[in-house]
Ligand binder design. Structure first.
Ligand SMILES: [Zn+2]
Length: 359
C-alpha cells in the first residue's frame, strides 16, 4: 500500500508492502519525505523501524515530525552538500528518533547512474540526481581551470575570508563517513572538482549580489536543492508503478534513458504542481513532454491552499484537462483569483484495485 499524506505545502508518503519472492516474503517499509515542520506523521508502531528516503534538503521535505521513527537506512541524493544539510535539519528539528544513535554508516547515496537497491531482490530505477552536476559547471567555463583558480584565489585574498576552503573540503570528507560503505566511491578528484565548482559559484554570486562569503555559501547550498531531488520509480507487489519526484525540474522526465523509462501509472506531480516540474508547450492543444513521457493515469499534487507557494494555476488547468487522467489534489486550491480546484475528500482510496490512498 502506498499512502500519500495531506501535509500542506510539502511532501510525505509511505510504502508498506510485502513481496513474495521465490517463496519467501520480502517487506518494504519506507517513508518518502517527512513534510514540513508543522506536519506530524501519524504514529505507526508497525513502521517505527522503516527506512527513510529524503528526496532533497528543502524544509517542506525533511522537517516534519516523526519521533516514533528510527530508520535503519536513510536514502539521500548523492551530493555531499545535500547530505550535510539533511543531517543538520534532522538533528536540529529532532524530528526522528535518530539522536541517540550513531548515524555514521546509515546514509545511502542515490543517483541516476545506478539503481536504488532496497534489498538484493528489489531494485528501483532512478532518474535523478545526475552524478557530479558540478563537473558540468566547471567544464562549461570559458576560461582554463588554473586561471579560474587564480582569479578565485585573488578574490578570496581580497576579502576577509570567514569561511575557509579547508572547511568545505572537511565537510565533504566528513560527509563520506555517514555513507553506508564509508566512502560512497567518491574519489578525491571529484571532491576537488566539487570544491572548485562551489568556489566558482560562490565567487560569481557574491560578486553579483555583494554578499559576504558565508552568505554566498549558504545561498549556494539552498539554491540548487530542487535539481538534486531523487526521482525514482517504485513498482508495487501488484505491479502498479509509482513515480516519486520530489521537486525535480521537468527536464528530468524529458531526457532519453537507456534501459529504463519514466512511464508510471501513478505520478506524484513534481514540485507541488509548479511550472518548473511540468513543462507546458504552447501548442494547440497545449502539451507537455514530461507528461507525455510519464503518461500517468493518476496525478497526485501535494499542495497547500496558499497563494505564495505552488501549485501553478496554468499547470493545474492543464493537468485537469488531460483526457483519461485523474488529477488528485491533497488540498483545495482557491486562494488565487480565478483558481478553483477541489482537493480530494479524505480518506481517498484509489480505484481499479490500485493499492494506494491519500489520508
Ligand atoms: Zn517542496
Amino acid at each position: 500500500m502506498v499512502t500519500f499524506y495531506r501535509c500542506g505545502h510539502g511532501d510525505c508518503a509511505m510504502i508498506d508492502d510485502v513481496f513474495n519472492i521465490n517463496g519467501h516474503q520480502e517487506p518494504v517499509k519506507l517513508y518518502i519525505d517527512l513534510g514540513r515542520k508543522s506536519f506530524a506523521i501519524p504514529y505507526n508502531q508497525n513502521m517505527s523501524n522503516a527506512d527513510l528516503l529524503i528526496t532533497h534538503s528543502d524544509n517542506d521535505h525533511c522537517c516534519g515530525q516523526a519521533s516514533f521513527l528510527t530508520p535503519n537506512r536513510i536514502f539521500v541524493p548523492a551530493f555531499f552538500v545535500e547530505l550535510e544539510i539533511i543531517l543538520l535539519k534532522l538533528h536540529h528539528h529532532k524530528n526522528i528518533g535518530l539522536l541517540n544513535h550513531n548515524n555514521k554508516g546509515r546514509f545511502i547515496p542515490v543517483e541516476e547512474s545506478r539503481q536504488l537497491v532496497y534489498s538484493p531482490n528489489l531494485k528501483w530505477d532512478v532518474f535523478n540526481p545526475v552524478r557530479n552536476k558540478w563537473g558540468k559547471w566547471v567544464s562549461s567555463l570559458s576560461i582554463p581551470i588554473d586561471q579560474l583558480i587564480d582569479s578565485i584565489n585573488g578574490y578570496l585574498s581580497d576579502v576577509q575570508v570567514d569561511l575557509d576552503v579547508d572547511g568545505i573540503i572537511r565537510s565533504v570528507r566528513d560527509a563520506r563517513d555517514y555513507y553506508i560503505d564509508r566512502n560512497s566511491d567518491v574519489s578525491d578528484d571529484e571532491v576537488w572538482l566539487f570544491v572548485i565548482a562551489v568556489l566558482y559559484k560562490v565567487y560569481c554570486r557574491s560578486r553579483k549580489k555583494k554578499l559576504t562569503l558565508t552568505q554566498a555559501v549558504n545561498a549556494f547550498k539552498c539554491h540548487d536543492a530542487n535539481e538534486y531531488s531523487i526521482v525514482f520509480k517504485y513498482i508495487d507487489s501488484c505491479g502498479t508503478s509509482f513515480l516519486f519526484t520530489g521537486d525535480a525540474p521537468s527536464e528530468v522526465y524529458a531526457r532519453s534513458y537507456t534501459n529504463k523509462n519514466v512511464q508510471a501509472r501513478v505520478l506524484k506531480v513534481p514540485h507541488h504542481g509548479s511550472a518548473t516540474g511540468i513543462d507546458i508547450v504552447n501548442s494547440v492543444p497545449p502539451s507537455s513532454i514530461a507528461l507525455n513521457n510519464i503518461d500517468p493515469d493518476f496525478m497526485v499534487v501535494s499542495n497547500a491552499n496558499q497563494n505564495k507557494t505552488p501549485p501553478n494555476v496554468g499547470v493545474l488547468n492543464f493537468l485537469r484537462n488531460q483526457p483519461g487522467k485523474t488529477l488528485l489534489m491533497t488540498n483545495d486550491f482557491t486562494k488565487l483569483a480565478g483558481a478553483s480546484f477541489k482537493g480530494v475528500s479524505l480518506p481517498y482510496s484509489f480505484p481499479n484495485g490500485i493499492q494506494a490512498k491519500i489520508v
